[in-house]
Design a protein around this ligand. Sequence first.
Ligand code: SF4
Length: 401
Amino acid sequence: MVEIAGRLETLVGGADFDVTGFDAGRAAACAGSLTRFIHHAAVPGKQSVPLFKVLLTNACMNDCAYCANRAGRDCRRYSFQPDELAKLFMDLHSKKLVKGLFLTSGVAENTARTQETMIRTVEILREKHGFRGYVHLKILPGAPFDCVEEACRIASRVSLNMEAPTAAHLARLSAIKDLYHGIVERMRWIKDLADGGRGLVPAGQTTQFVAGAAGESDRDILRTTGALYRELDLKRVYFSAFRPVRQTPLEGLGPASPGREHRLYQADWLLRVYGFSLQEVELAAGDRGNLSLSKDPKLVIAAKQPWLYPVDINRASYPELLRVPGIGPISARRIIEARGEHSIFSLNQLRKMRVVIRQSAPYIWFQGMEEHEKQASFLPELERVVSPRPASLAALCGGQG
Ligand code: SF4
């Protein structure tokens, strides 16, 4: 029996391919102590929560070309037993080092059996140890419906990683995985279970893309991301910049820039929080379909729609204000609130409302400027850019529909 610390090194390190808002700087600072096994993650309703993020096993029968755990790779394989892993978690929890669990896994020889073992681990936590806190449980591609339903019953949040945005891109990464039937179909089950009125999986579902492994563009990723929010009500989509791993088919491929990951998160924020349409966000992609590494996507989008500006700061609606670079949801709400009492007539007033003047000044006008009278509301122009119907998940991911 390999010592627990040795298995932890492998099974916690091996879980890094799942993004949770992991704070690498903190982990490095804690190296040498137990806390290096703890990941700080964004959890619904809370800023950051310490999670014990771990693989049940790094044995896997799948062949994802970028993954250190892929079948056939020459590395030691370890596993935890459900009881043992539950006890380890409770030890960390009783020392107040963690508040929740993120349990993921390779697919050891049989999908259903591995998923059942993961579920059993959480059942032990819930039933034997009485743990009521946050659990994020990974659903394995191809998991049977019974397992998905049970996972939704005991977990706070579940996730299935798509890794690539279309069936054609996933085919470059794996000869085994089926994007539509193995992954998207299960995501639909999860949505139906969450919507079923039984209080299942209260924190919803998420997914992740590896950016830069399959030759996909940012536009490819954003189109599927938009379809996931639209059709399956995903709570979050995560992006992980590809990093080559030794002894994998992609070991010779250069790493994706962390800047690419950052720009994808900015574009995702426009879709998910600002309410931009997918077609508007796509304006940020250049000729090859990628976001600029040097310029914020919101600035690129603004530059491509000059007819929307300048925005009259004293008359603009909330969506119009949100389209001004340097104005976010907080500052847009403050502007609207302030306008109920008085007009806005200086940059200083806006600065106090958390507007980033450096970015917003070229895009706004104050009440009283002659030119603003010529500015029609731009919402009809927005209609113009949303004309083509976005592709469905089925069309993007190889389904029939
Ligand atoms: S399913 Fe793919 S990504 Fe997940 S552990 Fe196995 S090889 Fe790695």
